[in-house]
Design a protein. Structure first.
Length: 290
C-alpha cells in the first residue's frame, strides 16, 4: 500500500517513522522568529540523520488545556520552517487545523496535512464563512491527509472523556470523515486515519485502541499511531512504586517505544514520535522477525 502525498508516494510496506518538530517561540532572542526557525530546521536535519521518513511540523501545542495560538502567530512560526524543510528530501507534514495555514503550507510544497480536528475545525460562527479545511485539501491534486479522532476539543477533552466502548465510535467517525472527503474528490490513497491517542479518552480507552487496533484496520485505510510521550504512558512504573507515581514526559521513552512497536506489529503504518533514532531501532526488531 502507498500513501499518496504532494511529491512522494510513501511505501507503507514497512512502518514509517514521522518525526515531531514543534516550532515554539524563542525565549533567548528579542521576540523575532529567527532563533526558533533556525532551531526547528536544525531539529529537522537531526531527525533526518536519525532516520525519520517524514517530518511533522507544528506551531501550536495541542496538549490538554494549552493556550491557542493566533493565525498570524502560527503562520509566523511555521511558514519559515516549512519553506526550508521542503528542501530536505523527505516528505513534510503540517500539523495544524487552521485552513489558512494549510493553504500556505501546500503553496510552499508541503506534502501532508495532519489535522487533529480531521478537517472539521471552524472558528466561532460569527462573521463571514471562512475558508474550510476540507476545501483546501480537496482543491489540491494529491496532498496526503491524516484525519484524527478527537473527543470534544483540546480545552475540554479531558474534562469529560468518552463514554462506553470507544472502538466503534472512533472507527465510525473516521470512516465517515474519510468518506465525506472522498465525496469531495479526494482519492482514498491520500487518506490516513488516526485514533487520536490521548485526545479525550481515558487511559484504559487509549489502551483499548491499541489492543483492538485490528478493528480500526478493518476500515481498509492505513493507520497512524501517536503514542510518543503521551500521558497514558506515565503510569508505566514498577509495581513497588508508591501509588500515584507518574513518569514525567521526559522519562517516557521506554513505554513510548513499547507502544510504537506494538502499534506497528499490530498493523500501524506511520508512527508519530519525538524520539526518532530509538524508534527506528525498535522498528528494526520488527523487520528482523518479518
Ligand atoms: C496524534 O496523536 N498528537 S500533538 C501531550 C504529551 C505528549 C505529546 C507530554 N498531534 C497527535 O503529541 N497528530 C499531536 O504529553 C497529533 N496524532 C496526530 N495525527 C500532542 C502530542 C503530545 C501531547
Amino acid at each position: 500500500m502507498y500513501w499518496q502525498t504532494s511529491r512522494y508516494q510513501i511505501d507503507l510496506t514497512r512502518p514509517k517513522v514521522m518525526g515531531i518538530v514543534n516550532v515554539t517561540p524563542d525565549s533567548f532572542s528579542d521576540g523575532g522568529q529567527h532563533g526558533s526557525t533556525l532551531a526547528a530546521i536544525r531539529h529537522c536535519e537531526q531527525l533526518i540523520r536519525d532516520g525519520a521518513d517524514i517530518l511533522d511540523i507544528g506551531g501550536e501545542s495541542t496538549r490538554p488545556g494549552a493556550p491557542q495560538v493566533s493565525l498570524d502567530e502560527e503562520l509566523d512560526r511555521v511558514i519559515p520552517v516549512l519553506r526550508e524543510a521542503v528542501r530536505l528530501g523527505v516528505p513534510v507534514s503540517l500539523d495544524s487545523y487552521k485552513p489558512q495555514v494549510m493553504q500556505a503550507a501546500l503553496d510552499l510544497g508541503a506534502d501532508i496535512i495532519n489535522d487533529i480536528w480531521a478537517l472539521r475545525w471552524h472558528e466561532g460562527d460569527v462573521g463571514a464563512p471562512s475558508l474550510h479545511a476540507t476545501e483546501v485539501v480537496a482543491a489540491h491534486p494529491r496532498c496526503g491527509v491524516c484525519l484524527m479522532h478527537m473527543h470534544r476539543d483540546p480545552q475540554t477533552m479531558q474534562v469529560a472523556p468518552m463514554q462506553g466502548d470507544v472502538l466503534p465510535q472512533v472507527r465510525d467517525f473516521l470512516e465517515q470523515v474519510a468518506e465525506d472527503l472522498q465525496a469531495l474528490g479526494v482519492e482514498k490513497s491520500r487518506i490516513m486515519l488516526d485514533p487520536g491517542i490521548g485526545f479525550g479518552k481515558t487511559v484504559a480507552q487509549n489502551f483499548a485502541l491499541l489492543a483492538r487496533q485490528a478493528e480500526l484496520l478493518q476500515t481498509g485505510y492505513p493507520l497512524l499511531a501517536g503514542w510518543s510521550r503521551k500521558s497514558s504512558l506515565a503510569g508505566m512504573v514498577p509495581r513497588t512504586a508508591p501509588p500515584g507515581t507518574a513518569l514525567p514526559a521526559s522519562a517516557r521513552l521506554a513505554p513510548s517505544l513499547a507502544a510504537a512497536l506494538l502499534a506497528a506489529e499490530r498493523g500501524a503504518s506511520v508512527l508519530r514520535v519525538h524520539d526518532v533514532k530509538e524508534t527506528v531501532q525498535a522498528m528494526r526488531v520488527l523487520e528482523a522477525i518479518r
